[in-house]
Design a protein around this ligand. Structure first.
Ligand SMILES: [Zn+2]
Length: 410
């Protein structure tokens, strides 16, 4: 309960303070600070002539390392895919809170042209689900540091009872395990103390979007990963890195309003600090999951340039299938069980689902007979008992992709 108590205390005193649910690793030694300054000047140089962008979508493979105690919130393939849906919608500027942005900030919002997918090939070239599972008996392995091993993070090493990450030039490693007092953490470019620790850690209770199934309803929509991915791709907190609330600190991003400190909870209407309206719905603030809505254009540019400057081999990695190929393959494996007499069809996938989809049934004249959102369930029941005998077209839609199948009712 510690983090909730902290948040309530902050709300009740109304002060801006440094306490954070985010454990992102800041630049805390001179060498790391020099790296950041050099990175920043190169990124700003790129951004100065990249106002008009016409990039292709970059596909980035991620691998999820679940390190969990037995019986403790197991992470399924469906849950991982659904968490990536949240992440991808957020990066596409189509997240669930996008409509809540204040009008003055909507012109700043652009899609990021970055799409994350579960790795389909492991470092040795073998097929993979993109998820590894490691059993542990440690309670808070996600926030544990090794005393004997130069202060390394236990969850990130086989030798310490965690899981060693995959080649971080080709995959983004996301560790999911129990954390104490934080929801997640990430290494900013050049800020990892050890090369093996480049990546993201998410508290197992805040991985995915499960509504009231989460322990902490303020953070149950899956946006913690979006925030940490922002750090991983070079973004600081929107108020800057330090603890000062005197407006002297900056996030080094031009189009975000200067902000005195973090917001918590989910404020409404105009909130002002540093004489400006604050963008407390920015993914890099600390408001809760019903509030976090968007990245700005300059944040998006910074993330793309981080990929180019720091992780150039991630997008060219072949271990990530583009969704269209993946969707085709998935659609081809669907099993159609038709009960023509009773005008019912059960459609199911033998392995699993692919995240958010919809299914619609039309007559050959284009009249809609059936419509249903199809999310994490492995199967869907189509009931056409009010429809006449004849031929029907079943459309399955995911994102902008749609595939069709003809069925006959007689
Ligand atoms: Zn953070």
């Amino acid at each position: 309960m510690a983090r909730i108590i902290i948040v309530f205390l902050l709300l009740s005193t109304g002060t801006l303070a440094a306490q954070s649910w985010c454990g992102a690793k800041a630049y805390d030694d001179p060498q790391q600070k020099r790296f950041y300054q050099e990175f920043l000047s190169q990124a700003k140089q790129l951004e100065s002539y990249q106002h008009v962008r016409n990039r292709e979508v970059e596909y980035i493979p991620v691998v999820i390392h679940v390190v969990a105690r037995e019986g403790f919130n197991p992470v399924s393939q469906a849950q991982a895919l659904q968490q990536l849906d949240v992440l991808n919608n957020d990066f596409a500027a189509q997240g669930d809170n996008i409509g809540k942005l204040l009008d003055e900030f909507t012109p700043l919002v652009v899609p990021a042209d970055i799409h994350f997918c579960l790795a389909t090939v492991d470092p040795s070239g073998q097929p993979t689900t993109g998820i590894t599972f490691t059993a542990t008996t440690k309670e808070f392995i996600g926030t544990e540091y090794s005393g004997q091993f130069e202060g390394r993070r236990v969850i990130q090493y086989d030798e310490l009872g965690g899981k060693t990450g995959w080649d971080n030039s080709r995959y983004i490693n996301i560790w999911v395990g129990e954390c104490q007092n934080i929801l997640g953490s990430a290494t900013m470019p050049g800020a990892a103390n050890f090369e093996e620790e480049v990546g993201i850690i998410i508290d197992i209770q805040h991985f995915g979007a499960f509504g009231d199934a989460g322990f902490y309803n303020e953070y149950d929509r899956g946006h913690t990963l979006t925030h940490e991915m922002g750090h991983f791709l070079g973004l600081k907190h929107i108020w800057g890195e330090g603890n000062s609330i005197d407006c002297s600190d900056s996030d080094d991003i031009d189009d975000t309003p200067n902000q005195g400190g973090p917001y918590y909870g989910c404020p409404e209407g105009e909130q002002i600090s540093c004489e400006l309206n604050d963008m407390y719905q920015n993914f890099m603030d600390l408001t809760n999951d019903r509030c976090l809505a968007a990245f700005t254009r300059d944040q998006v540019a910074r993330m793309n340039n981080t990929l180019e400057l720091v992780y150039p081999d991630l997008p060219s990695s072949t271990s990530c299938n583009a969704p269209i190929a993946f969707f085709d393959e998935w659609f081809d494996e669907l099993v159609w069980s038709t009960d023509a007499m009773n005008h019912k069809i059960i459609v199911y996938h033998p392995v699993g689902t692919l995240g958010k989809k919809s299914i619609r049934v039309f007559s050959t004249e284009g009249k809609l007979f059936f419509e249903k959102e199809w999310n994490d369930d492995q199967s869907v029941l189509i009931n056409l008992n009010n429809a006449a005998n004849g031929i029907y077209i079943v459309n399955v839609t995911m994102g902008e992709e749609c595939r069709s199948k003809k069925v006959v009712m007689y």
